[in-house]
Design a protein around this ligand. Structure first.
Ligand SMILES: [Fe+2]
Length: 371
């Protein structure tokens, strides 16, 4: 419903069960260039409004059957933007107050004085016009804020993408790890019938889970020998570093908790907090299965990649100790019985099929195992 501010274009709905009063109000309003539709009852008024909404409804309070309070309530419920003026007998102030409480904008008393009626219409129209303008600006502002928020989010996500790529470029063995973990995690979440919100959160947590490795020196990341205890301590800090880096921009606490907890173990022997069982956040418990699977099926500087079946055996062995048993079962089924997972491999890396047809990404010059 649009109103351009000119009284001549405004349609009023006037409602009164007394034909003489109705006729007088309509004639008066028309003489002031208000276009009118007239109803003899509250229900007839609703029918008229269903066909043609008007910015203002003027209604008698006391009508047989459905009265003015019913009409005000109904109009306010269905079309809250419509302004309602109630005409009431002077002694009926309680009912008039009820009308105001039900959403009427104003009332004036019988016997009707035309100059009062005209004033009520003009000022109601003025208020209506201001409210519409305010609403228009508010909606515009909300649209702009939503657009800018989407843009900021897009910018943020593309910065994060390049941060993840930069991180993985430092360590050729984990190249593409985050994207693969994300794909496995999404498939796991789908197989578990998790809701859309959780799937979206898991997808983001998977993409970002190792971002804290940016704080781990390359010499440690690419060390071909086993790490010393001190070096392990540095690596073990990466979930907390990741959470700290992302906290100012990822305001979803479940995603942050998933990142912080992706090296926790069901038996409580993980890090950084040594949480056990259901105390480990859901996203972390989910993430750890595909994370571990991808780590096992890709080569590292210090060991070759495992075959898919060997990696699944490791997951099964860790079920109930490192991993949530149900998640392992579903993941194993997914890998052994599901359609092959699509992997996008980085340039300079080859895809090798394992004995289950599952693609494994290895640097072209460093194929350490062939399944
Ligand atoms: Fe990690």
């Amino acid at each position: 419903m649009e109103f351009n501010g000119d009284a001549s274009s405004v349609t009023l709905t006037v409602v009164d069960d007394e034909p003489l009063v109705l006729d007088m109000l309509v004639r008066a309003a028309r003489s002031w260039r208000y276009e009118c539709q007239a109803a003899r009852s509250a229900e007839e008024a609703i029918k008229l409004l269903e066909t043609r909404l008007t910015p203002i409804v003027v209604t008698d309070l006391n009508m047989p059957d459905k009265d003015g309070i019913w009409l005000v309530t109904e109009v306010h419920r269905r079309w809250p933007e419509i302004a309602v003026i109630v005409v009431t007998a002077g002694h009926d102030s309680d009912a008039a107050i009820k009308c105001l409480n039900a959403g009427a904008n104003r009332y004036f008393l019988k016997p009707i004085k035309l100059d009062e009626f005209r004033h009520a219409l003009e000022s109601t129209l003025q208020t209506y016009r201001l409210q519409r303008e305010h609403e228009f600006y508010r909606q515009n502002l909300e649209r702009t804020v939503r657009r800018q928020t989407r843009q900021i989010r897009r910018n943020f996500m593309s910065s994060i993408d390049s941060l993840v790529r930069t991180l993985e470029a430092r360590d050729p063995y984990t190249c593409g790890h985050s994207m693969r973990v994300r794909r496995y995690a999404i498939r796991l979440a789908e197989a578990l019938h998790l809701d859309k919100k959780t799937r979206r959160e898991l997808s983001l947590a998977a993409k970002l889970h190792d971002i804290g490795k940016i704080g781990v020196p390359e010499a440690i990341l690419n060390k071909p020998d086993l790490l010393t205890e001190e070096e392990f301590d540095v690596v073990r800090a990466h979930p907390v570093i990741g959470e700290r880096i992302l906290a100012p921009v990822v305001r979803n606490p479940r995603v942050l908790a998933g990142i912080r907890g992706h090296h926790e173990r069901i038996d409580g022997r993980g890090y950084p907090d040594g949480l056990a069982g259901d105390d480990i956040p859901l996203l972390a418990r989910l993430l750890t299965v595909p994370d571990c699977f991808d780590a096992l099926t890709t080569a590292r500087a210090y060991r070759p990649a495992l075959a898919v079946m060997q990696a699944l055996d490791v997951l099964r062995e860790g079920s109930g100790k490192q991993f949530e048993p149900h998640f392992v079962n579903v993941f194993v089924d997914l890998i052994t019985a599901g359609p092959p997972l699509e992997i996008v491999h980085p340039i300079g890396y080859d895809i090798h099929s394992n004995n289950n047809g599952l693609p494994v990404t290895l640097p072209s010059s460093k194929i350490l195992t062939k399944d």
